[in-house]
Ligand binder design. Structure first.
Ligand code: SF4
Ligand code: SF4
Length: 371
């Protein structure tokens, strides 16, 4: 058994599911970077089995390195013929490794912030994220998740979501959904926070892929909707965005958890295809290296994962790169700026808002500016 007992233990059924076929290896960014079996999903599952049986100590240096080097992108899941829930296994490993004094110092302030609902709410008010709606909410209403990271860094995204989804409700008392905790060694707290937010009826609407996948894993897929799914479901009126009289050329960076965890990737593309000329970015489904706290904890590896993406973007004549997760927005906006690329990085909700605000007119997208 793993050396930490209780809710952090591996589920034997999850561990036993892997048939060691190796189909996941080519999909794994850390395996592609290193060619090292130990840095592949199959290698890490073998390591988890060794930890579980007591052959390897969970705090062994090589075990800690692999628990941290993995991006948690879950690209290994959709290609797995045995449906191994790799993301859940990684959460259990980190529950055991990133506990108490062993939790990485650099992420402790983030987790402490996200755990305090009052603090997250004040930050949202100061940053002018979408304000709460009246407390007369219908129990079955769709409710917008403001998130923690997104509320602080990209408050314009929740404002755009409210502006484009008529009647969406914004609960006043919401904090963080718990994804940050679940992915960083405290899945029990992450589950508790998700249940607290999604308690009651109605669906939770999220503009952050990582939050959507975490909430769905706790409260059920039928209770969680990504922003793009609701735009399509409601048939929100969309209008082309133009640049200098021509349709804008728009690419998309997938959110790993949205794509690999919830299977949502055609929906944002369907929306973008109306907003402009959709350009498929080579490697759009691959992780950008943000990966939650990965860019903070492993900056050098994060940049190695990011590098081919920036090369791919430089070879395209894009006006806008759309994103569907705040971590990707921060990572790519910074990278595009540093590379001097004339591409604007915007969340899908911001593009829909722009499209609706300029309906019927030519609406130039300012190039070279980064939001
Ligand atoms: S995780 Fe899935 S794809 Fe990878 S080796 Fe195991 S069974 Fe095969
Ligand atoms: S989560 Fe991503 S980095 Fe980790 S093993 Fe799976 S594919 Fe590789």
């Amino acid at each position: 058994m793993i050396s930490v007992s209780g809710p952090s233990s591996f589920d034997p059924a999850d561990l036993g599911q892997c048939i060691s076929c190796g189909f996941c290896l080519p999909a794994c960014p850390t395996y592609r970077l290193t060619g090292d079996e130990a840095a592949s999903p199959r290698g890490r599952i073998a390591l988890m089995r060794a930890v579980d049986s007591g052959e390897v100590d969970v705090f062994d240096a090589a075990a800690r390195e692999q628990g941290s080097f993995c991006l948690g992108c879950r690209a290994c899941e959709p290609v797995c013929p045995a449906d191994v829930p790799y993301g859940r296994l990684l959460e259990r490993l980190r529950d055991a490794q990133w506990t108490g004094r062993r939790r990485p110092l650099r992420i402790r302030p983030l987790l402490a912030f996200a755990a305090r609902t009052w603090l997250v709410r004040i930050a949202g008010v100061l940053r002018r994220a979408a304000p709460a709606t009246a407390a007369t909410a219908r129990p079955d209403a769709d409710r917008l998740l403001l998130g923690c990271f997104e509320r602080v860094l990209y408050p314009a995204v929740s404002r755009a979501a409210v502006a484009t989804l008529d009647g969406i409700e914004v609960p006043a008392d919401q904090g963080c959904c718990g994804a940050l905790h679940a992915h960083n060694g405290d899945s029990a707290a992450g589950e508790e926070m998700a249940r607290r937010f999604a308690g009651g009826g109605g669906r939770v609407v999220s503009t952050a892929g990582g939050c959507s996948a975490h909430l769905a894993s706790v409260v059920g897929r039928d209770r969680v909707l990504d922003y793009a799914e609701l735009v399509l479901e409601r048939a929100v009126g969309l209008h082309p965005i133009t640049v200098g009289g021509r349709r804008a050329r728009i690419g998309l960076q997938d959110s790993c958890h949205l794509r690999n965890g919830l299977g949502v990737h055609t929906q944002p593309r369907a929306v973008l295809a109306v907003l402009g000329d959709l350009v498929e970015v080579p490697g759009a489904a691959d992780c950008c290296g943000a990966a939650g706290t990965y860019a903070i904890l492993r900056g050098r590896d994060s940049r190695r994962v990011l590098a081919p993406k920036i090369a791919a973007l430089a070879a395209l004549d894009l006006d806008v790169l759309a994103v569907v997760n705040p971590g990707c927005q921060r990572q790519l906006a910074g990278a595009v700026r540093r590379a001097g690329l004339p591409i604007r990085v915007l969340h899908l909700a911001q593009l829909v808002e722009l499209s609706r605000a300029r309906r019927g007119e030519t609406a130039p997208v300012r190039r070279g500016a980064v939001t």
